[in-house]
Design a protein around this ligand. Structure first.
Ligand code: FE2
Ligand code: FE2
Length: 354
């Protein structure tokens, strides 16, 4: 109570002095007085009282008018408790004062003990209210701080996820590289086939993310060759049926490497490795899948793979000109390759695929 700030408003200096004496005697904090009702709002702003003792009958602006101004200042409600002090003992005056927003009402001449009890009651409520407000503010600040922490934690998790994804892709790229060196000296075949398959997927109108996934997974199509011996893999000239049977196992070896993968990339790599030598007419290997039984990615890749093999030197053959390779691809439409994929392949810029 000693820290309370009280504003006394009365046009009679005698009344002000009397109230000041009582309040000082009772040791109720800081007191500010004013006899001009027009000064109340600016005093409220500067002094920030916890309670206003307000005379009702004043010349010019009466207590009701002062409360109206305070209400406007408080955005619709009087922002500080007001005790009305008046010599008017009519019920009408009392009702008007309470309706205008006064928290209490006392008749002049007032009983000092009653006045102090009422002031103390109102101050206690006022301080409890301020306490609650402060607690709410603290709580709000804490909630904001936690929300901020949560946001930065989410950012960090997203960054970890990106790092993990990058690591994942990088590891697969390195695996592809291992396979590439088994396939040709330059390690370029699988790289080109990946690119061409990606272009095919894009020309098919597949979503951007899927195109990227297919392009990366396509580079791994022959990674199963890691498990085939050099004497067979790099043999110049024709393979015996037994040797060719061994070569065919690069599909199932590759598939075993990507078995039960969790990510879309590994699952796509699995489908491609296993099925890239299946044929549209069902005469391919290892499972003689036919038509749309063959996964789409593998149907795309088989065209890209054969075109690349035809247009480059191999241990058993020299590179074909693009036109001849293209004619061969078209000849195989509906047999080795899906006709729709061949049609789309014809629209690609073939010179750039070499
Ligand atoms: Fe292959
Ligand atoms: Fe290949």
């Amino acid at each position: 109570m000693q820290e309370a700030r009280l504003l006394v408003v009365d046009d009679e200096p005698g009344n002000i002095m009397l109230l000041e004496d009582i309040l000082l005697e009772a040791n109720r904090g800081q007191i500010c007085s004013c006899s001009n009702p027009y000064d109340v709002v600016s005093l409220y702003r500067d002094f920030k009282p916890d309670l206003i003792l307000l005379d009702l009958m004043m010349p010019g602006l009466d207590g009701l008018g002062v409360m109206q101004q305070l209400k406007e200042e408080g955005g619709g409600r009087i922002p500080v408790p007001v005790v009305v002090l008046t010599a008017d003992i009519s019920d009408k005056a009392k009702r008007q004062a309470l309706a205008a927003g006064a928290k209490d009402f006392l008749h002049k001449p007032f009983d000092m003990v009653e006045l102090m009890l009422r002031i103390d009651n109102l101050l206690e409520t006022r301080f409890l209210h301020l306490d609650l407000q402060r607690q709410n503010e603290t709580l709000e600040e804490r909630v904001q701080a936690r929300t901020q922490e949560l946001k930065s934690a989410k950012c960090r998790i997203a960054q970890y996820a990106r790092d993990l994804e990058e690591t994942h892709v990088e590891m697969l790229e390195r695996l592809a590289l291992a396979g590439e060196f088994r396939d040709d000296d330059t390690g370029q075949h699988t790289h080109r086939v990946g690119r061409t398959t990606g272009l095919l997927a894009q020309a098919m109108g597949l979503p951007e993310a899927q195109v990227r996934c297919i392009e990366q997974a396509a580079r791994l199509h022959d990674v199963g060759k890691i498990g085939i011996s050099d004497t067979i893999l790099l043999k110049p000239g024709r393979l015996t049926p037994e040797e060719f049977a061994i070569i065919k196992t690069h599909t199932t070896i590759g598939a075993a490497l990507f078995e039960n993968g969790h990510s879309e990339l590994v699952q796509t790599a699995h489908r491609i490795a296993l099925s890239h030598h299946e044929r549209w007419d069902g005469k391919g290997y290892p499972h003689q899948l036919k038509g749309e039984e063959i996964p789409l990615e593998a149907r795309l890749l088989s065209v890209a793979d054969v075109f690349d093999a035809l247009t480059h030197d191999r241990p058993y053959k020299t590179a074909w000109p693009i036109a001849e390779a293209l004619a061969e691809i078209k000849r195989q439409s509906g047999q080795q390759f899906e006709p729709q994929v061949v049609e789309i392949f014809e629209t690609l810029p073939h010179e750039e695929l070499i």
